[in-house]
Structure formats: C-alpha cells, structure tokens
Ligand binder design. Sequence first.
Ligand code: ADP
Ligand code: MG
Ligand code: MG
Length: 207
Amino acid sequence: MNGGTVMACIDAAYASLKEHTDEIALLDQQIGDGDHIFNLLRGLEALRSMRAEIEAEAFGPSLELAAAKVLSTVGGSAGPLFFSLLSGMSKAAVAQAMDVAGFARIYAAGVGAVGLRGKSGVGSKTMMDVLIPVAERFDALAAAGVPAREVLGALPAVAEQGMLATRDMIATKGRASFLGERSRGHIDPGARSSQLMIEAVCAQLAQ
Ligand code: ADP
Ligand code: MG
Ligand code: MG
C-alpha cells in the first residue's frame, strides 16, 4: 500500500464512473441539479494529472495530496465530503498497521469525517447510506479475522444493498431534501457513485 496503489484505485474508480456517466447524470437530474458525475469526473481527472506526485508518496501522504486536489477541483457538496473522506483516512493512516484491521479503522475514520462534515448518517438518502454499512461490515469482518481477499469480495454487495436502499428513502440532507416526498422512488446519485467506486477499488485491490 503506497501512492502507486492509491493511483491504481483512482484509475479504477475513474473507469467505472466514466462508464456510468449518463446513468449518474440522470439520477442527479431527477433529484438534484445534474452535476454530480461531472463534479466527480473533473476531480478524478485532476488526480490523474498529478499521477507522478501521488505515486511518489507513501500511503497516508498520497491520500492527503489527493484530498487537497479534490477540495480545489470537485465543487458541489461532493467536493468537501470526499475531501473529508480522504483527509480523514490520511490522518488515521499515521497510527494504523497496514493490515485488514488497520484498513478497517482507516476507512471508518474517513467515513466518520464525512459524517461530521455533512452532519449526516444512515437514512438521509445520501452517500452515507453506502459508506456507513460498508464501514460496519468492514469492521465486523476485520474483528472476525477474515482475510483481505474475502473482505474485498464481500464489501461490494454491502455497498450495492446500501445504494438500492436509498430508492425508497425521503432525502433529508443536501439538494434532494428540497423535494421532500418527491425524492422518493429515485436512487441517490452520491450513493450510486460511491457504490461504484467501492466496487472498483475492491476489485483493484483484490488483484
Ligand atoms: P450538489 O448537490 O451540491 O450539486 P453533488 O451533486 O456533487 O452536489 O453531490 C450530491 C450528492 O452529495 C448527493 O447525491 C448525496 O449523496 C451527497 N450529499 C449531499 N449532502 C450530503 C450530506 N449532508 N451528507 C452526506 N452526503 C451528502
Ligand atoms: Mg448536484
Ligand atoms: Mg451542484
């Protein structure tokens, strides 16, 4: 785990989001302002343009570098939220071992930082409906001593379940909350993009 691993994960996330551009654009048109996927692609393209710098760093510092770039390029709600995720992970990485339990704690710290930033948890129809269940399962699997490869195989299904659950929720955070009851029946764009990125990162790390 180092800047090279982080860059490979960024590439994998980018490829998946690029493939689902139209779908995610439509989701944010339905309950937001339509810019979510373009905010994310802009950020990921900016990260890919600093490949050499990210690849040269150790794991924690590479995440901090990426976080700063995300904050200055992504915009919208997603910018500060993904900054918090990466920055929270980076800060936690200092004190953790690079094993399954360590990564579960690093990821959980990132998700905790998103929750503080967005004042959100499960059930508000946001990316947190994906990020939190994944953090909880990650923690449970790590505590049970499940090997890395099995953890990486298990988490995408948890992310998918969380993403699908947003369809029936009424949004109480972010732009979609302005729609109230009319937000029901649509998957949250941030939940979908987070789920796709988690799936892509798990597949990348399992290689
Ligand atoms: P904007 O709504 O400002 O245009 P984006 O379209 O980039 O921002 O991102 C929208 C996504 O951000 C939503 O689909 C939702 O998942 C997520 N989101 C919005 N507000 C919050 C919040 N307070 N906490 C967590 N996630 C949020
Ligand atoms: Mg938007
Ligand atoms: Mg916007």
